[in-house]
Design a protein around this ligand. Structure first.
Ligand SMILES: CCCCCCCC(=O)SCCNC(=O)CCNC(=O)[C@H](O)C(C)(C)COP(=O)(O)OP(=O)(O)OC[C@H]1O[C@@H](n2cnc3c(N)ncnc32)[C@H](O)[C@@H]1OP(=O)(O)O
Length: 66
């Protein structure tokens, strides 16, 4: 479950363009998983978006409000 999501939009992505999306698992601490992601031009020269997020493992009952 997404607990935290930060997105920096650095440059617009031109309509119809192809981009490279790289996602990394930074660390895992118990129920917490820290992920980063970058969207760049396919040659990596232009940074479009950079993101960090924290996901928490949950139980099915959490989704049901338990
Ligand atoms: C265009 C489309 C865009 C789509 C965007 C993505 C859409 C989505 O992801 S939809 C889902 C959105 N997420 C939600 O609705 C989640 C709502 N929140 C929750 O259900 C709960 O707060 C939940 C499950 C995240 C955490 O609750 P709970 O399981 O009780 O964890 P809790 O005991 O509070 O915290 C556990 C640990 O995580 C940490 N933690 C919890 N929330 C955060 C947070 N926001 N930031 C940093 N740390 C956090 C706590 O500090 C604690 O750390 P430690 O164990 O070191 O003390």
């Amino acid at each position: 479950m997404t607990a935290n999501l930060n997105i920096n939009y650095r440059r617009p992505i031109p309509l119809g363009s192809t981009v490279l999306l790289e996602s990394s698992l930074e660390k895992k601490e118990g129920r917490k998983t820290f992920i980063t992601c970058r969207v760049t031009s396919t040659d990596g020269s232009k940074l479009h978006t950079e993101t960090s997020a924290l996901f928490l493992s949950i139980t099915a009952s959490h989704l049901l409000g338990g």
